[in-house]
Each structure stands twice: as structure tokens, then as C-alpha cells.
Design a protein around this ligand. Structure first.
Ligand SMILES: Nc1ncnc2c1ncn2[C@@H]1O[C@H](COP(=O)(O)OP(=O)(O)O)[C@@H](O)[C@H]1O
Ligand SMILES: [Mg+2]
Length: 512
């Protein structure tokens, strides 16, 4: 009598455990859409509720016809990778081939058992149970577990029955996961296509920030609207201005660039608006200014923030009326010109200090486009490096590549001079490198100052004095928009010394 009761209780306990395990598994499978994570939790549930150890889910890769472990419980990572079977190979391979469960009562005595993962040092006494994962006749994979049978818990048949239920739950989850993945992939694809939509020729920018810039460029290009380009020196303002011009209906007309910070104040007006013969000493003949030259085309007024106050009303009038007079003339000239302005200065601060007219500020600020600094869009750095390597390799008939270590250094650098500095650095590397493969050790020390350190404070003994000087020089030139006289003042040296140093460090041929 007693033994019958205890058998009955054992059975009830067993049934309860089965139900709990199945319930647990179905819960686990709906917690997320992360395949590995969910399946691993299923395996550990089987371990804790049903004493099934080393559970594995193999999924069939329809392309390679291989079964690969996607989730495993009680297996080391290295062993997981080793668990690969072809259809028909080993027990697992046969289960998927025959679509029927298989049991090896004692794997120690079974030659078919390949133990590829090498995870069972002592094979004797372990049973191996394996069931196919399938849905509507489609084979998806295999679920397998190890089991040590004691007289107490259940039978192989019980276990197979439960495993079949679990396998069907897993099959449904995998189907669900696949359709979810498909939707995600399509979303990604759409995103990528959308990104491609805003390509601007010869301008690199995969980052969201640059994509926004490109989108604005596409929007404003067809119109005649005045655009204000803002961003640090070297972020690509001039490049964007040109893109706007070449994507506009004016593309066949001229693109005239004028840097408001480049010449002395006294000469600015006549440069921009032209002058009549005898308008001032030295004006031996009449001459047209940049606005006239840009008639029908586009003019870029670079460093507009440096425009002297005295000239600002005249520019405002051109912006509003498209008219002006040459220096020394009463005759009003009308031009049809698209005006793009650019600045690296804080116009708001200038305006609040009375250095920049507010009415001009508002007139310019109708369509501002902000160019992010390079370190605000690090994901573009590798793409830019690739682009410039290609460009300068071609120009110099070289085939220089950067190795991982060099790339890492460049990714870690702050790039105060933005894309211009990156471009110049790559050009220098391509030209100067004696080998075709550049490693971190081949990079100039100034580039190895990582973002974490402040460039001005890094005066470690290992740093070459010349590199410090060069980087100071570079920073000063950047800050002053590459106007040498200004940079000299910043550094407290004479323009002559400046000229000498620029030559010494090969900073002269920069494009800006
Ligand atoms: N996104 C970019 N893709 C490719 N080259 C770029 C990009 N941005 C800037 N450059 C290059 O960097 C240099 C500096 O750009 P530039 O337009 O003169 O900057 P800014 O006018 O803002 O100082 C130029 O040689 C330009 O061709
Ligand atoms: Mg510029």
C-alpha cells in the first residue's frame, strides 16, 4: 500500500514540476525578442525544474545546412562554438534528418555520440535526449539535454514528452523572432536608403548630424534664399556652400568666395563693391568688386562675423535690395546674386557686445545650417580617413593603409582643426611615410594626445618639443581662421617669425 502511495506522490510531484517548467518556459519566451537570451533562459529553466543538464538549442542554418548551437546551459563559450553538426551527422544531425526524437541511454557506450563540444569529461551514466524543433513540417533545429536517471524521477518517455512540448514552444518563438528580425532588417534597410537620399557629392557624412545638414542642403539649394553656415573652422562650411551653389539653378554661373577676415579693413569695401577710377589714391582704373563678379551666380562671404561695423549697413542693403554703389561712384548697381555667409564666430555674443549689427544678424539668420565639429560625429572619422587615404594615395601613386592601432589613435584624438586637420594629417602621412602600412608608432606625437587629456596641458617629457610647437601653431592658426598675422598676435610672435615657423612645419599649403 505504502509504496503505491509514494509512487503516486512521486507522479504528482513530477507532473507539477512539468507543468511549472512548461509555464515558466512559455513566460520566458515572451520576455524579449533576443533569441540567445530567451533560449538560454529556457535551458536554465529545464535545468532547475527538470534536472535536465547541459541543454542545447541547435538551429539549422538553411544556407549552409549546418546546425549551430544558439543557446546552451552549462557549456563554456569556447565549447559552444565547437558545437556544429551537419544534417545526418552525429545524434543531433540524425534527429533533424529523421525528424524524430532520439535517446542515448548511456553516452559512454555509444559510438554515434560525437561529444564535439568536449563538455562531458565523464560520459558514463549520462543519458542524452534530443528532439527536433519543427513547425508545420519545417525543420528548424534540435533541442537536446543530458540527464542522469535515478530511480526516483520520471522515465525517458516522460522526458521526451515534455521536451516535445518545449520544442514546439521554441519553434513558435523562433518563427515569431524571424518575422520580427525581418521587420527590423527592413527598417534598417529603409533607414540606409533614406541616408543615401541625402548624399552630397564629395562630402562625407554618415552621422545623423551630417545627414541633417545634407537634408537642409537639398531643401535650400533650389531657392535663392540666403544661408548662414555656422561651425568651427575646418568643419566643411565652404564645401557646403559650394554644394549649395552646384545643386542650385545657378550652377553654371560663378561661385565667388570672399573672406571678410583676410584683408585690411580699408581695402574691404572696394574689394566687395568695386571702385571708380580716382576714388582713392592708387585707384588708377575703375574695377568691379566681388558682388558684380558674382552676378547671376553665388557669393560666399566667409567669416562674416569679422566684417567691420562700418561696412555692415552696406552689406545689409545688398542682402535686402541687391544693390550698392562702387566706391567713388553715385551710380547704383543692381545685381542678381545668391548670398551665402559663413562664420566660426559666436555671432550672438558679437551682437550683444555691439560688434555685429542686430538687424544684419536677423537678416542673415533666416536659414542657419550648423556644421558639427568632428568630435561630435566620431562615427564619420573612419569614413573620412578612408576617403582621404584613397584620395591622397591616388594623387601620390601610393597605397598606404592604416593599421588598427593607428586607427585607434586617430579615433581617440580630439581634432580641434576638424576635417581640415584630418585631411592635412592624412596627406602628410601618405606623403611622408616610408612604409605602406602605418601603425600607431608612425603617427606624429601631437595626434596621440587623446581626447581625455587637454592638449595644452600635455607636456609630458616623452613629447617632442617640435610637436608641441607645431600643435600650438596649428591651434593658433585654427583659432584665427588661418590668418597668419592674427595667429602671430595670439602666440605673441612677429609675423616674420610666424612665416618662418609655418614654413618649418609645412603648414603653409593648407586649403582654407
Ligand atoms: N564632410 C567632408 N567630407 C569631405 N571633405 C571635407 C568634409 N568637410 C570638410 N572637408 C574638407 O576639409 C577641408 C576644410 O573644409 P572647409 O569647407 O574649408 O571648412 P571651413 O570652411 O568650415 O573652415 C577642405 O579641404 C574640405 O574639402
Ligand atoms: Mg573656411
Amino acid at each position: 500500500m505504502k509504496s503505491v502511495t509514494s509512487k503516486k506522490t512521486d507522479l504528482t510531484v513530477r507532473k507539477n514540476r512539468e507543468l511549472t517548467a512548461i509555464l515558466e518556459v512559455s513566460k520566458v519566451l515572451t520576455t524579449s525578442f533576443v533569441l540567445e537570451k530567451n533560449l538560454s533562459s529556457v535551458m536554465s529553466t529545464l535545468g532547475s525544474h527538470l534536472d535536465m543538464q547541459r541543454g542545447c538549442v541547435f538551429l539549422l542554418d538553411p544556407l549552409s545546412g549546418e546546425l549551430k548551437i544558439v543557446a546552451a546551459h552549462g557549456l563554456a563559450k569556447a565549447n559552444i562554438v565547437k558545437g556544429k553538426y551537419r544534417i545526418g551527422e552525429g545524434i543531433v544531425g540524425r534527429v533533424i534528418e529523421k525528424r524524430t526524437p532520439m535517446v542515448i541511454p548511456n553516452i559512454g557506450k555509444e559510438p554515434l555520440f560525437l561529444n564535439k563540444t568536449g563538455s562531458r569529461p565523464e560520459k558514463d551514466g549520462i543519458s542524452f535526449l534530443s528532439v527536433p524543433i519543427e513547425l508545420k513540417k519545417e525543420a528548424l533545429g534540435v533541442l537536446s539535454v543530458d540527464r542522469i536517471y535515478s530511480k526516483k524521477h520520471g522515465s525517458i518517455d516522460d522526458d521526451i514528452r515534455v521536451l516535445k512540448i518545449i520544442a514546439s514552444l521554441i519553434a513558435q518563438f523562433i518563427k515569431l523572432w524571424e518575422s520580427y528580425e525581418q521587420v527590423e532588417q527592413e527598417k534598417e534597410k529603409l533607414k540606409r536608403e533614406l541616408k543615401g537620399k541625402y548624399n552630397v557629392e564629395n562630402i562625407i557624412g554618415q552621422s545623423d548630424r551630417m545627414q541633417e545638414v545634407f537634408e537642409s542642403v537639398h531643401r535650400v539649394a533650389p531657392s535663392k534664399a540666403t544661408v548662414l553656415l555656422r561651425g568651427e573652422s575646418g568643419t566643411g562650411k565652404e564645401l557646403i556652400a559650394k554644394a549649395i551653389h552646384y545643386m542650385s539653378p545657378r550652377s553654371r554661373e560663378r561661385f565667388i568666395k570672399f573672406n571678410c577676415a583676410s584683408i585690411p579693413e580699408g581695402l574691404l569695401e572696394s574689394e566687395l563693391f568695386g571702385h571708380e577710377k580716382g576714388a582713392f589714391t592708387g585707384a588708377i582704373s575703375s574695377r568691379s568688386g566681388k558682388f558684380e563678379l558674382a552676378h547671376k551666380g553665388t557669393i560666399l562671404l566667409d567669416e562674416i562675423g569679422d566684417l567691420p561695423l562700418a561696412l555692415q549697413p552696406k552689406i545689409l542693403r545688398v542682402l535686402q535690395e541687391r544693390e550698392f554703389e562702387r566706391v567713388g561712384s553715385e551710380k547704383t548697381i543692381k545685381v542678381d546674386v545668391r548670398i551665402i555667409t559663413a562664420t566660426s564666430r559666436d555671432l550672438e555674443a558679437l551682437a550683444s557686445r555691439g560688434k555685429f549689427r542686430e538687424d544684419l544678424y536677423y537678416r542673415l539668420n533666416v536659414i542657419p545650417i550648423f556644421l558639427p565639429s568632428l568630435h561630435e560625429r566620431e562615427e564619420d572619422i573612419p569614413v573620412l580617413i578612408d576617403y582621404f587615404l584613397r584620395k591622397f594615395n591616388k594623387e601620390n601613386k601610393r597605397s598606404v593603409v592604416l593599421d588598427e592601432s593607428a586607427l585607434k589613435v586617430l579615433l581617440n584624438y580630439q581634432w580641434p582643426g576638424n576635417v581640415r586637420e584630418l585631411e592635412n594629417s592624412i596627406e602628410r602621412l601618405v606623403i611622408m611615410s616610408s612604409s605602406d602600412r602605418i601603425g600607431a608608432k608612425d603617427l606624429p606625437v601631437s595626434l596621440s594626445i587623446s581626447r581625455a587629456a587637454k592638449p595644452d596641458q600635455t607636456t609630458s617629457l616623452t613629447m617632442d618639443i617640435e610637436e608641441i610647437e607645431r600643435s600650438n601653431l596649428y591651434n593658433a592658426l585654427e583659432k584665427s581662421g588661418w590668418v597668419q598675422a592674427k595667429a602671430a598676435r595670439l602666440l605673441g610672435i612677429t609675423p616674420r617669425q610666424m612665416g618662418y615657423k609655418i614654413k618649418k612645419y609645412g603648414l603653409g599649403n593648407h586649403r582654407g
